[in-house]
Each structure stands twice: as structure tokens, then as C-alpha cells.
Design a protein around this ligand. Structure first.
Ligand code: RAM
Length: 905
């Protein structure tokens, strides 16, 4: 199951074929929350010009058809279930048929199941440890494991069990479960599912997701046992940088809610819910916390506690009931966190007796699985996690701030034991193992990589190893920070859903993975956290109070839904976000009737972590104000809200005019004269044409003055390469991409980075480690250049008016040190591929366009008359429409299929 995070190829097919069938954008989901789910598919075909002319969807339940869409002459690759609303707690199969231009039909089928739709269907109550009747705390064993002061305040996780009889064999069994806290389930001694850190992090004040598991194969007629382990997690553990006294962020006591529904052959159902009939106690887990780590005392193991026939020892008590309010409980709508890859240790360095430093060779979010041999009962092993090493080879932990990131294991004295924490996650590359009995080898240590199981959607490679490493680091930055919510970092006492980080990185993230449900889920928490006057908090889920309404941060409210819509084409995300978008723009407008955004600027971080310059804050804020107004207008247009579209469109134009009047002089110089100061208005189209070229000149002059060195922070960095390339400065863009002097992406790579650093000066030759108060080595924001690798270098993009990549623009940009580059990307219609190569005076360009889409291909060439496709002239080919030469390219419009262009370089 831990196959890594790789792109799966579409099927090789002889004719138009649907594949990758999804329900609510998820593959064969078990507990969807919608009675009218969206069904979607991708298409593959080897035939040029192929497209789906019509489709038909049939939904059935137990072999009985509940909806037939009939044949629809449409190219759409998604449809909402159009029959009567579906029934809760039910399995469905859906059959899809598609017809191509020649009338030939192919089909595919998939399944999904509905979850619990109505609160009344929960026959379960929240259960928790009954703290009222708790006896005074007594250490359970002679040697209590040491705890830091912080972890000493954490309560021991609870083990819960319920034994029950099933009167008949099992046809189908599902568990619906969630927690205030984190939980893992067992059934008859076996782990249920492979999801980690469930139920994930949402704004628990408003909603908590339940997960659905199929346990049909784990249960049988007669006695069965359901078990659960319950820890603190985001609910009541350490989150962010708040101390725990203010914290217990959402509540003080972890709670479990679960319901098992078993169908028997005669059509009867057995339902077992959590209630006071469950027993609970503590066990080997002494504490477990996302930031602090986990402590496990194997001497306290409970044996086969979740199996039938287990003889209950002392310590089991009745669970306390904590009400039956399920009003915040919703169906999970996005992929869970899972163990996505196992990494072998690459080296072990003995630092002293029983003390080792292990290197995984990669900075990750995850944890360690440790094999222990020959330990005596009571031996204690300590694991400290770190991203970097000190110059003397010891682990560098100062940048973790108050996050202990330390796990403990106390041995039971067995010949061989294995320790792997269950309810914590660390951001680390190195781990110090202290107190290890015998010799530790690389074979004893495995790195377990955890993140949200967002399906991989893209692949990029080129001839330059440095650029490939950069892309690799960007990918690992995504993996390390897409853990239930998009976080800024996975290691220190922060790990929060900073909104600018998210909006800036989203375009890159979306090229690498299908992040549709991941961000739609997060947006729900954004909308509920808006203040009554419309300000958006700086972090989502909302935790840090007093900071909201920040330029570029809170603009995530408009940018994230719009980017999701453009990438995936599901207008429901806009419909849902619309009130939040407009409330956000209205908030800024109300506070700034003069249209220069100076008032109510929240935390105003400016161009965060820029180097050596200070981009004018009003410039940055006002540019974002214009952008948000523009996207709100665009959204209104999609939703058919004509008046609002006109009003926000007009507002956007007035902000742009105010921007120019206030900040731009007659020579096109933008106030502050910084790179980001030019990039923002150029990228957002705020300047009139005559000033545009002038502004580009100032931008280029600034770069030249600095010997082609960047100064951009979070807000500007994503725009550097696309804007430069877009305005005819391709070689400058490539120089920045290849640069390895400070500050640059290449500098961190030259110094061994395996992820994107938070700051350009995270570590420098002159200063060593950067400011310890804020120095993460796994932050994705500065990796937002990844978008340009796919859209610019490999050239996979879409037309400005296109949605879901249906109208592709293939415009690769040979240049820099690259001889070739290639990319693949799974659009909602199917896979698009590009590969270009320049050799011996010839440029070759291979393009794959998915069925039903068209592409405008810019074939790079010095001589447009030399362009051939599959060794034939382009002119006169049926699927190729030659639009004409332009600026070093020949522009052609092509239908779906594969094309092999060649031309003089
Ligand atoms: C820090 C992090 C985060 C950033 C905020 C403003 O906590 O670097 O990424 O968004 O500051």
C-alpha cells in the first residue's frame, strides 16, 4: 500500500474509453453526504479528433435502476445524479456509456455508498472517559517515563471496547465514526482501515467529519468486539503556538462517536452505537500529541483487548456518555491522511553509548518505525526529531520552538519489539535515537511518510538535474504540508493553515495533485470563520485570534475558489464560496472607500520574507484588492448574477485606476521600485498598455542592478518567472531558475535542501542558521515557482477564458540550460502531455491532447515554414488548423490526439 506518491498512467485503449470514474470527486467513496452526488469521469483515446458525442449514466441499487440519464448529446465529463434523491446508508453502482463521433459506445462502472444523511439516523452517543468518577491518579508502574512540562499536562489516551453478538451472518457491515480528538478503530483484533489522524482537522466548532469503513470481512455471526483508541489531536492537544492553558483549543476531553450498521441475509439490520455500554481504560499509550510526540509503555499492553473472548482485567470502566448532539457531524468529503510511503534510513551515526543519529535522506512529515532487539523490560528509548544537523553532527531542534517532537518507548523486554507512534506526526529528516540497546542499523529504522492522499495529477522532468531537484523539493514541500489542511510547516509549534501560503501555492499544488476536495473542504472552514463584517482570519481553521483581514492572506477567500473552479470546472465551489467572496471584498471596500487599501489591513505582513527591500504595503494591498474584486466579478458572471458582475467589475476597474493614480508615475515607475511592486500590477493587469512596457523595463533594470538576483518574498515570488517570460524576458526568468547564489532556490539546493525553505536565509554560508524564532526548512510558499515549470517550461496551460483545461494552450519555452523538458497533467477531461527537445538545430515537440478538448499549440521555431507534423507539412492536415507565425513560434490549433511536431530551432 505504501507505493509512494506517483502518477498512474491512463489505460492504453483502442478507442474512446472512459476511466477514473468518481463520485463527488472521490474514487469509490463509501459514505458520501450528498443525495444528488456529482458523477465524473476522464476519457482516453488514441484517435485524433476523437471526442465524446454523447453519454448515458445509469445509477442502480441492488440491481434495480434508480436513474437513467438517457443519452445526452454532451461533451461534459460530469453529471449530477438526476433521479430521486438517494437513500442514506445505501450502496449504489453506476454505469457510464459514452459514444464517440462514429457512434461506437464503450462503458465503465463504479460504486459508491451514501452515508448518514439525517441526524436521527445516528443511534449513537458521544462517549468519553468519565472524569467525574475518576480515582486519584496513581502512577501505573514503578518507573514513570519522564515528560517535558508540556507533555505532562496531556491526558493518557483511552482504550474503548464494546463486545456484542451478531444473531446472523454478515452480508455487509459499515462503521461510521468520528471523534473530538483523534481515533483509530479495531474490529475483532484487527485495525479498521488505513486512515491516519482521523477525523482530520476541521473547525470543530462548526463541523467534524465522520469516516466510513467497510468491516464486512472483519465481523461474523456470534461474538464480536469493536475497539477504539482515542487521543487528543487538534481537539484538545497542542496546536499552533498557543500555550495549552489557553488551549484545549476546542474542548478538554476527547470523545468518540461511532455506529456500526450490519446487514444480515434476511434483510434485517443490527446497529451498534457508542453508548454507556462501552468499556474504557488507559493502556500502553501514556500521552500522544501532534506537537509534543507520543509515549508508549509496552509493559502496559492490554493483549488482545479488542478481540472476542478477551478476559477483561482490572481497570476497565463504563464509558461516560456525553450527549447525542450530532448537529456538527458531517460526512468526510476529502481524502484522508494515510501512510503514503516508507523511506529506508540512509545512514546511522553512533554518537555515544546507545545514542545514534539516523538520516532518512529526505525531510518529510511522518514518523519512525523502530525495531528493537534485546531490550530489558523497562528500558526507555527516546526519539528526537529534527530537520537539520548542527555542525557537530547533533540534531538541530532550536527551530522547533516549543514543539518537543519527541517520542518515548518503554520496552516490555520481548526478544523483538516494534514501535511506531499512532497519533503524532513530526516534520523531520533526522532522528536521534537515545537509549537503544545494542547496535542500531539502518535496517532497524523506517521513515513512514504521512500526508493527505490527494491523487497525483502531474509529472515534470527536464534535462537539468538542478531544476529536477527543485521540482522534487517543491513536491516534498507539498507532501509535508498537505496533512488534512494546507499548513505552513510540519515541524515547529505552528503547523497552521496560513491563508497566503495556501493561495500562493495552490496553482502549483493543483498541477501536482488533484487537490479539489482538499481545498473545498478547507474553504468551508474559511467561510464559517469570517467575522460578522466579512474579514477573513489569517489562519484557517481559525485559531489565532485578533489577526484577520490581511492583504494577500485573506484574499485566499476569492483566489482559492476561483483557482479551483478554473482548474476543475465544478461551479459548485463558486456557488458555495460566493457569499464569502463578496463579504470579503465588501469588507475591504467599506473600510477603504478611497480604494487605496490602507485601513483594516490585519496582520499586514507585506511581501513576507522578502530580501533586502521593502515592497510598499499599500501597493501590495491595493493590487490584491483589485484582484479580489476582479475574481468576485468573474464569479458573479459564472453564477449568472449580472448586476453583481457589473458592480464588482466596475469596482475592479476603479481600483486599478486608483492604483495607477496613486502609485505609478508617468514613466511607469511603481512606488517603492521593488520587483514585487512591479510583478503584482503586471500579473493582475492593473496598468494601461503604455505603462506596462515601462514597468517591465523598471523590473528588468532592478534585476540587472542586482546582478540578476531576486528580492521577492511570498507574494512576489510566484509571479517572477511567469511575468518575465510573458513580457519577453525568458532568459532572465531562466537565469533566476538556475541561479544558485544567495538568495535563490538553487542556493538551498547547493546546501543540501530536500524541501523548500521558509526563508531565503534559512541557512547561509556567512550566518549559518537563520533567525531561530522562525526558521522552517519545510515551507511550500517559495516553491510556488512550480506552476511555471508546468505551465511555462513544459508549456501546459489553458486559455484565459477556459475552464477545466478544455481549451488548452500548449506553449513550451525552450531556453536556459535545458535541452528538453516534458510534463504530463491529468485534466478533468483526461491526460495532456508535452515533450520538447532541442538538438542539432532541430526542435521537436510532442503533444498529447485529451479527447473533447482543443489546444492552441505554439511550436517554437526560427522558421515557421519549416514546421512539420509526423513528417508531413502541417498545412492541409485535417486536425490541424494553422493560425500563423508569431514571435518565434508557429501557432496551430489542434483537436485531441497525439502530435509530433518538428521544426528548425
Ligand atoms: C509565519 C509563517 C507563515 C506566514 C506567517 C505570516 O508564521 O511563515 O508561513 O504566512 O508567518
Amino acid at each position: 500500500m505504501t507505493t509512494g506518491w506517483v502518477l498512474t498512467d491512463p489505460p492504453t485503449v483502442p478507442a474512446l474509453t472512459p476511466y477514473d470514474l468518481r463520485c463527488e470527486h472521490l474514487a469509490e467513496p463509501l459514505g458520501i453526504g450528498s443525495a444528488r452526488p456529482r458523477l465524473s469521469w476522464r476519457l482516453a483515446s488514441p484517435v485524433r479528433g476523437d471526442r465524446q458525442e454523447a453519454f448515458r449514466v445509469r445509477v442502480e441499487r441492488d440491481g434495480v435502476q434508480v436513474w437513467d440519464s438517457g443519452w445526452r448529446s454532451e461533451q461534459a465529463t460530469s453529471v449530477d445524479h438526476g433521479g430521486a434523491p438517494l437513500t442514506s446508508l445505501t450502496d449504489y453502482t453506476w454505469h457510464l456509456e459514452v459514444r464517440d463521433a462514429a457512434g461506437a459506445a464503450t462503458g465503465a462502472s463504479a460504486t459508491f455508498a451514501t452515508g448518514i444523511f439525517h441526524p436521527g439516523e445516528w443511534q449513537a452517543r458521544w462517549i468519553e472517559h468519565d472524569y467525574e468518577t475518576e480515582p486519584p491518579f496513581e502512577p501505573p508502574v514503578d518507573k514513570v517515563e519522564p515528560r517535558s512540562e508540556r507533555s505532562a499536562t496531556l491526558a493518557a489516551p483511552r482504550y474503548l471496547r464494546r463486545s456484542f453478538d451478531l444473531p446472523a451472518p454478515v452480508v455487509r457491515a459499515r462503521v461510521y465514526a468520528t471523534a473530538h480528538g483523534l481515533y483509530q478503530l479495531n474490529a475483532n483484533g484487527r485495525r479498521v482501515g488505513a486512515d491516519e489522524l482521523t477525523p482530520g482537522w476541521t473547525d470543530y466548532r462548526y463541523r467534524v467529519a465522520y469516516q466510513t469503513y467497510d468491516v464486512t470481512d472483519l465481523l461474523h455471526e456470534g461474538e464480536n468486539v469493536l475497539g477504539a483508541v482515542l487521543a487528543e489531536g487538534w481537539w484538545s492537544g497542542y496546536v499552533g503556538w498557543d500555550t495549552r492553558s489557553q488551549a484545549h483549543h476546542y474542548g478538554k476531553r476527547p470523545r468518540l462517536l461511532a455506529q456500526l450498521v450490519v446487514d444480515h441475509p434476511d434483510g434485517t439490520r443490527t446497529v451498534i452505537g457508542t453508548d454507556a455500554g462501552w468499556l474504557e481504560r488507559t493502556g500502553p499509550l501514556r500521552f500522544a500529541d501532534l506537537l509534543m510526540g507520543e509515549s508508549y509503555d509496552a509493559r502496559l499492553e492490554l493483549g488482545d483487548w479488542s478481540s472476542p473472548g478477551h478476559v477483561l482485567g482490572q481497570g476497565w470502566e463504563r464509558a461516560g456518555e456525553a450527549g447525542a448532539d450530532v448537529s456538527t457531524v458531517v460526512a468526510a468529503s476529502t481524502e484522508p491522511v494515510r501512510v503514503m510511503e516508507d523511506l529506508p534510513a540512509v545512514s546511522v551515526d553512533r554518537r555515544g553509548p546507545g545514542r545514534y543519529v539516523v538520516d532518512l535522506g529526505q525531510n518529510v512529515a511522518g514518523r519512525i518505525r523502530l525495531r528493537i532487539r534485546g531490550a530489558a523490560a523497562g528500558d526507555r528509548i527516546r526519539l528526537r526529531h529534527a530537520e537539520m544537523l548542527e555542525s557537530d553532527g547533533e540534531v538541530y531542534t532550536a527551530n522547533l520552538r516549543t514543539a518537543d517532537a519527541t517520542d518515548y518507548y518503554v520496552s516490555a523486554g520481548a526478544d523483538e519489539e516494534t514501535f511506531e507512534p499512532a497519533f503524532t506526526v513530526h516534520g523531520f529528516r533526522y532522528v536521534e535515537v537515545d537509549g537503544y540497546p545494542g547496535d542500531l542499523t539502518t535496517a532497524d529504522v523506517t521513515g513512514r511518510v504521512l500526508h493527505s492522499d490527494t491523487p497525483v495529477a502531474g509529472r515534470f522532468e527536464c534535462s537539468d538535474p538542478g531544476v529536477n531537484r527543485l521540482l522534487g523539493n517543491i513536491r516534498w514541500g507539498q507532501r509535508g504540508n498537505f496533512v488534512s489542511v494546507p499548513t505552513d510547516c510540519p515541524q515547529r509549534d505552528e503547523r497552521l493553515g496560513w491563508t497566503a501560503d495556501a493561495q500562493i501555492f495552490l496553482p502549483t499544488a493543483a498541477y501536482q495533485a488533484d487537490v479539489q476536495t482538499f481545498f473545498a473542504n478547507w474553504l468551508e472552514d474559511l467561510a464559517v470563520a469570517q467575522t460578522p463584517d466579512g474579514a477573513v482570519p489569517d489562519v484557517i481553521p481559525h485559531l489565532i485570534t485578533g489577526r484577520h483581514g490581511t492583504p494577500a492572506w485573506s484574499d485566499a477567500a476569492t483566489i482559492v475558489p476561483w483557482t479551483l473552479y478554473r482548474s476543475y470546472g465544478d461551479e459548485r465551489v463558486l456557488r458555495q464560496a460566493w457569499p464569502s467572496m463578496r463579504r470579503w471584498v465588501d469588507f475591504v471596500h467599506t473600510a477603504n472607500p478611497g480604494l487605496i487599501w490602507r485601513n483594516r489591513t490585519g496582520g499586514h505582513y507585506g511581501d513576507w520574507l522578502q530580501v533586502g527591500v521593502c515592497t510598499d504595503r499599500d501597493v501590495l494591498a491595493t493590487a490584491y484588492f483589485a484582484r479580489s474584486a476582479e475574481l468576485t466579478a468573474a464569479t458573479a458572471r459564472v453564477l449568472g448574477l449580472r448586476d453583481e458582475a457589473a458592480a464588482y467589475g466596475e469596482l475592479r476597474d476603479r481600483i486599478a485606476a486608483a492604483f495607477v493614480a496613486e502609485f505609478v508615475d508617468a514613466e511607469g515607475k511603481v512606488r517603492g521600485d521593488t520587483q514585487t511592486g512591479y510583478l503584482l500590477p503586471l500579473a493582475f493587469g492593473l496598468l494601461p498598455e503604455d505603462l506596462e512596457q515601462e514597468a517591465v523595463k523598471h523590473l528588468v533594470a532592478d534585476l540587472e542592478r542586482r546582478d540578476r538576483s531576486l528580492t521577492t518574498g511570498f507574494a512576489g515570488v510566484a509571479l517572477l518567472c511567469p511575468v518575465l517570460a510573458g513580457y519577453g524576458q525568458l532568459e532572465l526568468a531562466y537565469d533566476l531558475l538556475h541561479d544558485d547564489r544567495y538568495p535563490s532556490w538553487g542556493y538551498s539546493i547547493r546546501h543540501g535542501a530536500t524541501t523548500i525553505w521558509e526563508r531565503w536565509d534559512g541557512w547561509t554560508e556567512e550566518q549559518g542558521f537563520g533567525p531561530v524564532a522562525m526558521n522552517s526548512f519545510n515551507h511550500y510558499s517559495l516553491g510556488s515557482v512550480g506552476e511555471w515549470l508546468y505551465s511555462g517550461v513544459a508549456g501546459i496551460d489553458q486559455a484565459p477564458s477556459s475552464v477545466a483545461f478544455r481549451d488548452l494552450v500548449i506553449r513550451p519555452r525552450p531556453g536556459g540550460r535545458l535541452d528538453w523538458a516534458q510534463a504530463a497533467y491529468d485534466t478533468p477531461s483526461g491526460r495532456v502531455t508535452t515533450r520538447w527537445e532541442v538538438a542539432d538545430g532541430t526542435v521537436k515537440l510532442d503533444v498529447g491532447v485529451p479527447p473533447g478538448t482543443t489546444a492552441t499549440v505554439h511550436v517554437p521555431t526560427a522558421d515557421p515554414t519549416s514546421v512539420r507534423e509526423s513528417d508531413r507539412p502541417v498545412a492541409g492536415q485535417e486536425e490541424i488548423d494553422v493560425l500563423g507565425p508569431a514571435d518565434g513560434v508557429l501557432v496551430c490549433r489542434v483537436a485531441s490526439g497525439r502530435y509530433r511536431f518538428a521544426a528548425d530551432a
